[in-house]
Design a binder for this molecule. Structure first.
Ligand code: CA
Ligand code: CA
Length: 403
């Protein structure tokens, strides 16, 4: 059904306008009658298309967006080579600018383009964007997850927006080994109907240079609260973005400029991302989700908590490895107030963890808790990896509810 709606919306009103234009010079009475009929038909079609527009914005469910994997493509007549002709040519999506519909195995020079999910993906050229309208719940938090790959050597960035929020996801660093990385971003819905837009702001010499996009998914985020058992929110990292069925996890990019984190409670600081991993594909110390610190000192995971100056606190956490063949001598550094802890961990790359503690005295009414990896680590295939942290608990030392 969405395919039909989209086609109607894209083609019929404009086709009716073209027909009307045929009669635009010195019309006979027959032609005037036809024009009136056509105009009537055109308005009915516009009305239908308005209804179709509403129907298109289906209420979102956790998981892939409608045609979020781009497996439904344009008709042959709506493609010029790989270039998508017509704003509504890709079912459920609206495109603008130089957007290409790429089939897996497509050759570009001597490079073979591979698609991470299914057989098709889109490529956003300079200033190109894809957009999908969604029915959401005003006030709720959502995360958007998608996969992206660079296709040229130039630095690339992607702009993700849901009015009035927007964020730039830098893509200079390739984290995985096959070129594809999954990224997460988050927004708070300020309207009942929103447009999710992924835009390539780049201006490259070659208009075909631009990132490939696939597997666009959404998930409602329930902002966790501080509890009597933990002064940190989401200390176990169980609340986070949609996790695709991939062995690569999802990158949580630095979100210095954004208000909303796809990893509720936590901020990724510095320049690079941390990776969100799940127990279906990785070794996770506790629960189903954890964080792999994949970018050494270039990325830090932080949370600010309310504290009482002069009071002593205990930060307890797990340090381990994801069981993903990331081997080496690792160190996780934890900071809070003037307290620091360096936790060494020997990773055989087969999974495992140990518990660690940082005791500190609060100096202010707010204390920033920060984790980072001292070293960079890579797997033999070249992908970035590192130590895992999970199950982080912060308690004041004299708390009666201390476990
Ligand atoms: Ca696909
Ligand atoms: Ca966990």
């Amino acid at each position: 059904m969405p395919l039909l709606h989209s086609t109607h919306r894209a083609l019929l009103p404009s086709r009716a306008r073209v027909l009307l234009n045929l009669f635009s010079s010195s019309p006979s009475s027959f032609q005037v009658e036809t024009m009136v009929k056509l105009r009537f038909t055109a308005s009915i079609l516009l009305l239908l298309s308005a209804i179709a527009n509403v129907a298109l914005a289906a209420t979102v469910k956790d998981g892939l967006l409608p045609n979020g994997n781009f497996e439904l493509g344009p008709k042959k007549s709506e493609l010029k080579g790989t270039e998508v002709i017509g704003r509504h040519a890709i079912p459920n999506w609206e495109v603008s600018g130089f957007v290409e519909y790429i089939e897996s195995g497509h050759k570009q020079g001597d490079m073979l383009l591979v698609v991470p999910e299914g057989y098709y993906a889109v490529r956003l050229g300079n200033e190109a964007s894809i957009k999908q309208r969604l029915n959401v719940t005003k006030g709720m938090y959502y995360s958007i997850t998608f996969s992206a790959a660079r296709t040229c050597a130039q630095e690339e960035a992607l702009n993700v927006s849901v009015t009035p929020d927007s964020g730039v996801l830098p893509m200079q660093t390739m984290y995985g080994s096959d070129g594809w990385d999954w990224y997460a971003w988050a927004f708070q819905a300020e309207f009942e109907v929103v447009d999710v837009v992924i835009h390539n702001p780049g201006v490259e010499e070659d208009p075909a240079c631009g990132p490939l996009i696939d597997s666009v998914a959404i998930k409602i985020l329930y902002p966790p609260k501080m509890t009597s058992k933990n002064l940190l929110k989401n200390g176990d990292y169980e609340e986070g973005p949609y996790m695709p069925n991939t062995t690569w996890g999802v990158l949580i990019p630095p979100n210095i400029e954004d208000d909303h984190s796809p990893l509720p409670g936590w901020m990724v600081e510095s320049l690079k991302a941390v990776k969100y991993i799940d127990s279906d594909h990785f070794s996770v110390p506790h629960g189903k989700r954890a964080i792999e610190l994949v970018a050494g000192k270039e990325s830090a995971l932080a949370q600010t908590v309310r504290t009482i100056p002069g009071k002593q606190y205990t930060l307890t956490f797990s340090v381990g490895d994801a069981g993903n063949a990331c081997i080496g001598s690792m160190v996780v550094e934890a900071f809070a107030a003037h307290g620091t802890a360096k936790i060494p961990y020997e990773s055989k790359g087969t999974g495992g963890y140990k518990r660690a503690v940082l005791k500190f005295t609060a100096e202010a009414t707010r204390t920033r808790v920060v984790f980072l990896s001292t070293f960079y680590h890579t797997r033999t295939d070249g992908s970035l990896c590192g130590p895992v942290i999970d199950d982080v608990t912060l308690l004041s030392v004299r708390s009666p509810l201390r476990l």
